[in-house]
Design a protein around this ligand. Structure first.
Ligand code: CTP
Length: 396
């Protein structure tokens, strides 16, 4: 399953209280969720597509039969970590409880294994109707969360149970049920990943073995934990991550230029890219013939991290990375941490070709006081969380 904890679907059923979901949408966004609104055809009688587009800032799919080749209901069902339907009508409760899928929203529900939260709102008689009550029982028994409607004034003169709950209380109960903590919300996190390439001629380059997996794992976890993430990506063969701004670069010089623009706005920098220490002194416009390829003169590249760190404020945290094959990882890590002006460093142990391209990582986490933790065969996304926790902690 490829859930993204920040992605949720807000289904809107055809009830007069559909307008209240505009406020719910806003509050969900405030919490850090990215919301795709899927209104039923009936609901468009109350609130139109334009409102949902403007508020969500996204496309608003309304029809199962648009762009069928994209099989939107399946991809949306796979991405979303939760589906909230508010208001949920008598009709929607009946369909979902009995496994009926005849429009886009009910097909998404049918295809999804994400947490489903229903917010019923209807006239008291309909809410208390025996079929409806049995359907609600059935849904709850399956693990669907059905929020109790509130008592109060209905459309017209009637008073009774069936009202759409107050949004402030509703959002609290949704948050409790979903249990996602966006502890990096409001934090701007800059991450570099991959390995730079230094061109020799139009065909050849000097490169390195970095796969970019560690940097991408950090970017994904930071995003899932609510951060605004910018990823500077150098020559990787990895899929992009929805929701994350990715800036592609090739050489160390390109990377440095982007870093100069982006660093000042970042709260945390994680410099996972493997930057080439040198580049060919001259870039040949033409492919160099083999007879002339016996030596390449190199010039040193800027030490990007060391230079950028000199502009670092007290409110910024910098995490360096190193890949070492030497015996004393700790001493070398410590030396680099200070040389690069970093607050933390993760020293990968890459002896015997380990780690590059792998899902697991081993190494040492050091801070300015020394060794913080030794890491042994940990998944790269678990390490990502560890480093983000430490950086957040240093940020205070
Ligand atoms: N780094 C950088 N600019 C460079 C080289 C490295 O910003 N020109 C950054 C890397 O992104 C990493 C850290 O510095 O976060 C350590 O990289 P590493 O290659 O281990 O350090 P070097 O200073 O290049 O040392 P070595 O002599 O071991 O290559």
């Amino acid at each position: 399953m490829t859930f993204n904890s920040r992605e949720i679907i807000l289904g809107v059923g055809g009830g007069i209280s559909a307008y209240k979901s505009a406020e719910l949408l806003r509050r969900l966004q405030d919490k850090g969720f990215n919301v795709t609104v899927v209104p039923t055809q009936a609901s468009l009688n109350f609130v139109g597509v334009a409102t949902w587009q403007a508020l969500s800032g996204r496309e608003v799919p309304t029809n199962l039969w648009n762009n069928t080749h994209e099989v939107a209901h399946i991809s949306m069902a796979r991405q979303a970590s939760a589906i909230i339907i508010a208001p949920t009508t008598f009709d929607l409760i009946g369909k979902i409880a009995n496994g009926i899928a005849n429009d886009l929203l009910t097909n998404i529900v049918a295809a999804s294994t994400a947490q489903l939260i229903l917010v019923p709102a209807m006239h008291t008689e309909m809410w208390l109707n025996q079929a409806n009550q049995e359907n609600v029982e059935k849904l709850r028994a399956r693990g669907v969360i059905v929020i109790e409607p509130e008592f109060g004034k209905m459309t017209g003169e009637d008073v009774g149970i069936g009202r759409y709950p107050e949004v402030s209380g509703l959002i609290e109960s949704i948050s409790t049920h979903l249990n996602f903590e966006f502890d990096l919300k409001g934090k701007s996190i800059l991450i570099t990943a991959g390995g730079t390439r230094e061109a020799i001629d139009p065909v050849r380059f000097i490169g390195n073995r970095s796969s970019g997996k560690q940097g991408y794992a950090i970017a994904k976890r930071a995003y899932e934990r609510g951060a605004d993430v910018t990823l500077i990506s150098a020559n990787v063969e990895l899929a992009s991550i929805p929701g994350i701004e990715i800036i592609k670069v090739e050489s160390a010089t390109d990377l440095y230029e982007v870093m100069k623009r982006k660093f000042s706005k970042a709260d945390i920098l994680l410099m996972a890219a493997a930057v080439a220490d040198a580049r060919p002194a001259e870039l040949s416009d033409l492919k160099i013939k083999k007879g002339s390829l016996n030596a390449i003169t190199l010039v040193e590249n800027e030490d990007i991290l060391a230079s950028i760190s000199q502009t670092k404020s007290d409110k910024q945290v910098v995490v360096a990375f190193a890949a070492e094959t030497m015996d004393d990882l700790e001493a070398e890590g410590k030396r680099k941490l200070f040389a690069k002006g970093a607050d933390l460093i993760y020293v990968n142990n890459v002896s015997n070709g380990a780690i590059f391209g792998s899902r697991l990582t081993s190494g040492l986490i050091l801070d300015r006081h020394g060794l913080h933790k030794a890491i042994n065969d940990l998944p790269k996304d678990t390490l990502a969380d560890e480093l983000l926790n430490l950086a957040l902690n240093k940020l205070g």
